[in-house]
Write a protein that binds this ligand. Structure first.
Ligand code: IPM
Ligand code: SF4
Length: 418
């Protein structure tokens, strides 16, 4: 039997100071805990109900506002007031009303380090696996406990290893790869497993792409989605904080529950078809379907690289008048990069509604809701019934390139043909 360890086993072993294997149940310390404007108030209430007076470490709590910012209702505004009062009372300084989507901000501000164990009261917390953290979403009761004690019980997950080799073709990229994975693994195929990503296609992938892939681990049921840290990770993190080097590279003889391989050279743009994230087909199969709204943004695909990908497809053209195009860089930093590159002007000129950093229409909470019968094409991560408004509406998921190409014609379009 192999004796080597996976990244997840290495992270837990290093945190617990002894050998930890998949299947072990351990109480592990938390390096960071993230709450946002929707789940934060619930977690804070749980914290109080557990007799919480002071949080375990104000420096390790991250508090962000993104789902309903600016407030779209009086209850949302009250939540914001409660969250701010909590931050001030507890001396939490890692909080900001203006920065953007929680996951993007947590990573770009250097709040998460390789080898960390991080929890967030949001399912896409798994995105921090892109910098080599074991990061996972938890419920509000667990978060109340984590805020108070700074530790939680974990059952260390078994790992599914996914290797990708090859070079992406023109206008094909990480989102197409992760949609294909979701199609193959299934929406519950990795339930309570860690996904560990590797291979040459990952080594040469920018951090934005790694974040896209790790972000969607939960869409396969994954507890975590980890890209072992390498030179690309350290380069990304170098100006964002000081990080101790950690040796968490998986062993060559690590025990995996399953191994999967992809050659991205032959991958075509992929689309998730309503109403399941694993109902995935190559774009050719759905090309021509009429679209009423295109959304380019979210924690999945709201980074500058995504904006650039969309802008390259747009070129000097104009978006179709037959649909609404909503573009939202995921954070203030990503917005500024997009602005300074002249892309905001280009998008607005082309007819897009460019909004300030927030979750936007991703989960149909704040704005950009769909009417019955309407069709959305979105670079976000979920397309279940009712996700972006009416339960009678349809949501397709795709890459920024496919979204931009489709926005040009008002129908699902293969970006390689633009
Ligand atoms: C509101 C929050 C609990 C939710 C999540 O956990 O993912 C949201 O961010 C989403 O994408 O559906
Ligand atoms: S952008 Fe979408 S998926 Fe990401 S945290 Fe916000 S609502 Fe959730």
């Amino acid at each position: 039997m192999a004796n080597g360890m996976t990244v997840a086993e290495k992270i837990f072993s290093s945190k617990c100071g002894r050998t930890i294997r998949a299947g072990d149940v351990v109480m592990a310390g938390i390096d960071a805990a993230m709450i946002h404007d929707i789940t934060g108030p619930l977690a804070i209430t749980q914290f109080w109900e557990m007799g919480g007076e002071r949080v375990f470490d104000p420096q390790k709590i991250i508090l962000l506002f993104d789902h309903q910012i600016p407030a779209d209702s009086i209850p949302a505004a009250k939540n914001h007031v409660m969250m701010r009062a909590f931050a001030e009372e507890q001396g939490i300084t890692n909080y900001d009303l203006r920065e953007g989507v929680c996951h993007q901000v947590a990573v770009e501000k250097g709040r998460v380090a390789p080898g960390d164990i991080v929890v967030g009261s949001d399912s896409h917390t798994c995105m921090y696996g892109a910098v080599g953290a074991f990061a996972t979403g938890i419920g509000s009761t667990d978060m109340g406990f984590a805020l108070k004690y700074g530790a939680l019980y974990f059952r260390v997950p078994e790992t599914i290893r996914v290797d990708a080799v090859g070079t992406f073709g023109r206008r094909v990229g990480p989102k197409d790869l992760v949609l294909r994975m979701a199609g193959d693994i299934g929406a519950d195929g990795a339930t309570y497993r860690a996904l560990e990503f590797g291979g040459s296609a990952f080594s040469s992938m920018h951090m934005a792409g790694r974040m896209t892939v790790s972000n969607m681990a939960i869409e396969m049921g994954g507890k975590a989605g980890i890209v072992p840290p390498d030179a690309v990770t350290m380069e990304y993190l170098k100006d964002r904080g000081s990080f101790d080097p950690v040796d968490i590279a998986p062993d060559s003889d690590a025990t995996y529950l399953e191994k999967r391989g992809y050659d991205v050279t032959t991958l075509s743009p992929q689309v998730a078809i309503p109403h399941n994230v694993d109902n995935v087909a190559p774009v050719e199969e759905v090309a021509g379907r009429k679209v009423d709204q295109v959304f380019i943004g979210s924690c999945t695909n709201g980074r500058f690289e995504d904006m650039k990908e969309a802008a390259e497809v747009l070129g000097d053209d104009t978006f179709s008048e037959k649909l609404r195009v909503i573009i939202i860089p995921a954070s203030r930093d990503e917005y500024l990069k997009t602005l300074r590159a002249g892309l905001i002007e280009r998008f607005v000129e082309a007819g897009a509604l460019v909004e300030a950093p927030c979750c936007g229409p991703c989960m149909g909470g704040a704005f950009g809701l769909l009417a019955p019968g309407e069709v959305s094409l979105s670079t976000s991560n979920r397309n279940f019934r009712g996700r972006q408004g009416s339960t009678e509406a349809e949501v397709y998921l795709c890459s920024p390139a496919t979204a931009a190409a489709s926005a040009l014609y008002g129908e699902i379009t293969d970006p390689r043909e633009v």
